[in-house]
Design a binder for this molecule. Structure first.
Ligand code: 1GP
Length: 234
């Protein structure tokens, strides 16, 4: 069974913890890996808008601590290692910057295909989360206004018609507010592919609400970094 079948498209809801290699020492990576192993999180995403650290090493350290799947969530084509279990093959379809729509993908497509890693074709949709985030700045794209639900739905539908198998509704790391439930349910009604939601999620209660609205995977980055005991009370 593929990661996509088991964790994305099985109908089960999953939490993914996002670990940004640039914010971690080797010791912290190992510690976080062991905490996540015991937590209710189903998988680990790793990557970031900028990654100056060796992502392969991060994955190797995590693999020593946890059996949970590690999925690369790349900010650029250079963030790739076949030591991971799968790769979100992203296209930033809310933006109009050709480099993030297809340029980065072309640069690394051959290498990725040759590696045999499982790739999950993902429409990456950036939605305004109340402040300018790294992904907006680095990708040089404009997010969809948070109340323009029709634009978000049409973007996801276009992605699905193009053959994408998953959609990531992103408010950006450290967003002031997470994606609204209304927007998630509208996208849910119009596409059948799994939906990942991330950016600005700070509590288990919010995660439950976003799951009820139709999200399949909720991503927690900053809240876990700020409080590695995030899952303890759960
Ligand atoms: C960012 O969606 C992720 O790509 C996680 O965001 O750091 O705000 O949890 P946070």
């Amino acid at each position: 069974m593929t990661i996509y079948q088991k964790y994305f498209n099985s109908g089960e809801k999953h939490i993914a913890v996002l670990l940004d290699p640039d914010k971690l020492t080797d010791e912290k990576t190992a510690f976080y890996g062991s905490l996540i192993e015991k937590s209710p999180a189903g998988m680990i995403f790793t990557g970031g808008s900028l990654v100056n650290t060796d992502i392969e090493k991060t994955v190797e350290i995590l693999k020593n601590e946890t059996e949970k799947p590690i999925v690369i969530f790349p900010g650029s084509g250079s963030q790739f290692t076949n030591k991971a279990d799968a790769l979100l093959f992203l296209s930033l379809i809310s933006g109009r910057n050709p480099e993030y729509l297809i340029g980065e993908q072309v640069k690394t497509a051959y290498k990725i295909k040759k590696s045999g890693i499982e790739t999950i074709p993902t429409g990456y949709i950036l939605i305004d989360g109340g402040r300018i985030t790294s992904v907006q700045y680095v990708s040089n794209t404009m997010p969809i206004p948070y109340d323009k639900i029709d634009l978000a739905v049409s973007t996801a539908v276009a992605g699905e018609l193009l053959g994408m198998k998953c959609f990531y509704l992103e408010a950006g790391s450290g967003a002031e507010f997470h994606i609204k439930k209304e927007l998630i349910s509208a996208v849910r009604k119009n596409i059948s592919s799994p939906i990942i939601v991330g950016g600005g999620i700070r509590s288990m209660q919010t995660i439950q609400e976003l799951f009820s609205a139709g999200a399949d995977i909720a991503v927690i980055g900053t809240a876990f970094e700020n409080n590695p005991n995030f899952f303890k009370s759960f």
